[in-house]
Write a protein that binds this ligand. Sequence first.
Ligand SMILES: [Zn+2]
Ligand SMILES: [Zn+2]
Length: 152
Amino acid sequence: MKIQQLFTDAGLRSTKARIAVLKVLASADNALSHPEILDKMSLQKEFDRVTIYRVLDWLTEHGLVHKISGDNRAWKFQFSQNSYTHVESNTQKKQLLNNSHQHAHLHCTSCGKVTCIHELTPQFSKQVLAQYHVESIDINIKGLCEACSHSH
Ligand SMILES: [Zn+2]
Ligand SMILES: [Zn+2]
């Protein structure tokens, strides 16, 4: 996967730090917490903690990654697959950006892996949307991931 291309497709400015952090998340098969990301980036001494935290916020804000609430209220970061690929207009981009946050996460009670379940998305009636301003959605499912449910 070409990380640089993701920024180009999204019309976003890439920096060395942004590419490095996104690369870590894109190559992980699971959502990563702050300490895990710092650990994976510890070999690249050119980026300090604050820079990495700032980059994570920026990537989240622009929909390239999304935040998942993990155990103990600690955030985990997950690479947003297909968030921008082959999207032409800005409107479509915005829609996809919103959609990328509106799916459920399965938290495996056996191995702790967090999986994005894109097939499950919330449905809001017009009435609800008129009444409330929805900022973000975080649907959590507890259960066994694919690997663990097969070994049971
Ligand atoms: Zn599992
Ligand atoms: Zn997700």
